[in-house]
Design a protein around this ligand. Structure first.
Ligand SMILES: *Cc1c(COP(=O)(O)O)cnc(C)c1O
Length: 422
């Protein structure tokens, strides 16, 4: 099990490669991922029968390829993510399903793909059961259940309870069983994902709710999934979940169901954040240092167009300055912001948009700042706001940096746009 973390306000290297070298070679802002850290996190979860990566956290093909080569299955939430899995070498169909489509809706393209390629579907609404049943009767499906309560580090990440749009409402399970039967679908899997920020006491409630629903579905069930939501420490005072205890709770649930049904059940876990968050670093350059009243601002070439978690959730990310020379620079309290024409473009903000300061070494224009634990929900939430190109992405394997996505060009940004009559 991983141990406590320590973050330093200075950093000179990432996965053994100098930050200045990375910045010179690839420019800024650039995301850098440490492949070894991802492999280590996969290994942490080896007690589970299958680890299924929720690729929405970071879906670069090179990351998906790394997952695949390390025996990790993949979860997809759109036609585009199915095609990403395919492009990274995943077979679309198999036992256990290498690719699962988990959503609350089908759009036309997603329904067509899952029908055509026999992709296993995890249904998050009664409508999905009907639509799939009409298009492809006879399939095995999984039900994603909303147990009526939730958990998450903010309202925006809470995925259970009546304010969440996710999953099939627990009281509708009977109706869904009838719908599935009517349409010749066999419910072979049961899934619950109730949001980021798992604690063990809460988890035992989740296991209890899943076990009860599994009892209603009966022996047709062949697998259960614990969903995602495993947290990682973004601050020193936060800690890792006790993975042994976490597994033990789920395993006991699975064993009781296996005994009741008279056959073994597969136990899956479906993390996004846990596998990739700590592997990812966003390197940015300090472009201006200015004093505004009592506040000192470091303004970077990276903004919420590159990393949206602070403006979306008030998320906290560790940050470090790449030192110049050998003398230790004194710490000072600074506000760290980006280049966008938007006053919310601040990395040091709390939920509600309140601007805070961070204690970082004194730094000058031209120095680099690294935003850490940025591998999950970082690049993938990037945008072209203010006509900024999406950042480059680099994967470091065995001390070697590989460019796995080139920085967008201006031509990439305007591709597809047309002036009428021109
Ligand atoms: C987002 C999501 C996950 C991953 O969540 P994390 O908090 O990143 O682990 C897993 N399963 C489903 C269905 C999801 O929507």
């Amino acid at each position: 099990m991983p141990t406590a973390v320590r973050f330093s306000p200075t950093r000179t290297e990432i996965a053994g490669v100098g930050v200045e070298q990375l910045a010179r070679q690839f420019g800024t802002p650039t995301y850098v991922y440490d492949a070894a850290k991802i492999v280590e996190r996969i290994h942490d979860l080896r007690a589970f029968d299958h680890v299924r990566y929720a690729q929405k956290a970071c879906s670069n093909l090179a990351i998906l390829d790394l997952m695949r080569r390390n025996g990790v299955l993949v979860d997809t939430v759109s036609a585009g993510e199915i095609r990403r899995a395919q492009a990274a070498g995943y077979a679309l169909h198999g036992d256990p399903p290498p690719v699962v489509y988990t959503a609350d809706i089908f759009d036309a393209e997603a329904l067509e793909m899952v029908v055509k390629h026999s992709i296993h579907v995890n249904c998050g609404s009664p409508d999905m059961i009907e639509q799939l049943g009409r298009a492809a009767a006879g399939r095995d499906i999984t039900l994603r259940l909303n147990p009526g309560f939730g958990h998450g580090h903010s309202q925006k990440t809470n995925t259970g309870g009546e304010h969440s749009k996710h999953g099939i409402w627990h009281a509708d399970l009977g109706k869904c069983l009838r719908l599935a039967k009517e349409h010749g679908l066999r419910i072979s899997g049961l899934h619950m994902h109730i949001g980021s920020g798992t604690d063990l006491e809460h988890l035992s409630q989740v296991c209890g709710a899943l076990e009860k629903a599994a009892g209603e579905i009966g022996p047709q069930l062949a697998s259960i999934s614990a969903g995602g939501g495993l947290p990682i420490p973004y601050r020193e005072e936060q800690s890792y979940v006790d993975l042994d205890a976490y597994f033990a709770l789920w395993d006991a649930t699975r064993q009781r169901l296996a005994a009741a049904f008279g056959h073994p059940l597969r136990l899956e876990i479906e993390p996004g954040r846990y596998l990739v968050a700590e592997s990812g670093f966003l390197i940015a350059q300090i472009c201006a240092v200015k004093q505004m009243g009592n506040n000192t601002f470091y303004l970077l070439d990276a903004g919420f167009n590159n990393l949206a978690r602070p403006i979306l959730y008030g998320a906290y990310h560790p940050m470090a300055i790449v030192p110049r020379g050998t003398a230790a620079a004194p710490l000072q309290d600074v506000v760290v912001g980006g280049p966008l024409c938007e006053s919310g473009d601040i990395f040091t903000q709390e939920e509600g948009g309140f601007v805070r300061t961070r204690s970082l070494p004194k730094a000058e224009v031209g120095q680099y700042l690294v935003i850490e634990c940025a591998g999950a929900y970082g690049f993938v939430m990037g945008s072209n706001y203010n006509a900024k190109p999406l950042a480059a992405e680099v994967l470091v394997c065995d001390g070697q940096p590989h460019l796995v996505r080139r920085r967008q060009t201006f031509e990439d940004i305007i591709a597809g746009e047309q002036i009428p009559g021109a």
